[in-house]
Ligand binder design. Structure first.
Ligand SMILES: [Zn+2]
Length: 401
């Protein structure tokens, strides 16, 4: 990571020179304009973005939401700025002062000093003797997971790698999973873009699928069925939508890769053994989102005869079990509805405002019907939705304004 940033720093130094003063540039419309050249965007997938920001995938690139509050649907956290991150990282590295430290509290020893790289003769942060693994990791935790590394992009003029608003993105065309760097000759505010589609289509949809499998398994227990009865039926229903389980084609949906069906089995196996499967098949993000659409039909009326039979056997009304899939279908619908709106072209301001409510409501609905998570030894509960991907739903509207 440090090497990447040392490299970026070299490129940025040269770039800064050409962005220093305006110059005559010929635009695509043929007209010469006196304009500044500046960085416009950095389009990247998750891992590249993590590397660019020197942090983990569970750190929101847009706001300061702490790791344990990523699931909150209606909280609006402050936007992140590269300047603030730089100040905090430098303070921790050279002054031993961590964010959140009380003003009177003594600072720790500096973890880095400014030195010169013996080979390149460029400035470089050198660890001090006080920089033990433990101290480093403690400092990194206090910084919310950001590494104590000089980010090569801090020095870039007119550019903030954490500003990820994307007003340019009207067409679906640009929402591709790619890593590219653009230079632009327009003096608009500089922005960095994280590819948001992959996160939504793969990350969030996979989570919904996982939650659905869990809900079906829980329902089997609730109405006293043998394990896997309904999970198997759910898969059979899905295959019922296929021409054949062996061809990569589905009547309602054309899947790019049949592996998604294996993914379904893997999810079920994980729930059974409570162990993370080693070989999660790599599934196509488009297939996962198509499966999300099919899910609604697959879940409708699932296990109804058994549920009715079970309820007939219960003398007390309070022992009867209601259909859990209706509310789940409702929540999935609210997610798909908001997502569809997000992908729509050229939304107007009132529509974007509505989208903000829709996406946050969808996140809330999903958590209501899927109340699953992990209970830690100290008693705290962490929802499966308390991760960066579902959290990104709260930024859908920001990404369009
Ligand atoms: Zn955020």
């Amino acid at each position: 990571m440090e090497l990447t940033h040392l490299g970026i720093a070299v490129i940025m130094d040269e770039c800064n020179e050409i962005t220093l003063s305006p110059m005559d540039l010929r635009f695509p419309d043929g007209i010469w304009r006196y304009a500044y050249i500046m960085w416009a965007a950095w389009i990247a997938d998750q891992q590249e973005m993590d590397r660019i920001c020197c942090e983990t995938s569970q750190k929101c690139k847009q706001c300061v939401a702490p790791k344990n509050r990523l699931h909150e649907p209606h909280t609006v956290f402050a936007r992140r700025k590269a300047q603030d991150v730089e100040r905090a990282v430098r303070d921790a590295a050279f002054n031993g002062r961590l964010p959140g430290q009380a003003p009177g509290q003594a600072a720790g020893p500096p973890l880095f000093t400014l030195g010169t790289d013996p080979k390149s003769k460029r400035p470089r942060w050198l660890p001090t003797l006080a920089c033990t693994t433990k101290r480093y990791e403690d400092a990194r935790t206090a910084l919310g997971g950001v590494h104590l590394i000089e980010n090569g992009l801090w020095r870039t003029r007119h550019y903030d790698y954490l500003m990820q608003v994307c007003p340019l993105f009207d067409s679906g065309l640009l929402w591709v999973c790619t890593t590219s760097v653009q230079l632009t000759a327009t003096p608009s505010a500089a922005q960095a873009f994280k590819d948001p589609m992959h996160g939504n289509e793969h990350g969030n949809s996979m989570l919904c699928l996982k939650c659905t499998v869990r809900a079906v398994r829980d329902h089997e227990v609730a109405i006293g069925l043998r394990p896997d009865t309904l999970v198997k039926r759910m898969k059979d229903r899905l295959l019922g939508l296929c021409d054949s389980p062996f061809v990569q084609h589905i009547t309602l949906l054309t899947l790019g890769n049949q592996k998604i069906l294996e993914g379904w089995d893997t999810l079920n196996k994980e729930m059974k053994t409570k162990k993370k499967e080693r070989s999660q098949p790599i599934v196509d993000a488009n297939d996962v989102s198509k499966l999300m659409l099919a899910l609604i039909f697959v879940l409708e009326g699932l296990g109804q005869p058994e549920r009715e039979a079970y309820n007939r056997r219960q003398a007390r009304p309070r022992d009867r079990v209601s259909d859990p899939f209706r509310p789940i279908i409702g929540a999935l619908n609210s997610y798909l509805h908001a997502y569809h709106m997000y992908r729509a072209e050229a939304l107007r301001v009132p529509e974007i405002e509505r989208l903000d409510t829709m996406s946050r409501n969808a996140l809330e609905n999903l958590q209501r019907v899927f109340p699953y998570g992990v209970r830690y030894r100290n008693g705290t509960f962490r929802s499966w939705f308390c991760t960066e991907k579902p959290h990104s739903m709260t930024h859908w509207a920001d990404n369009l304004t």
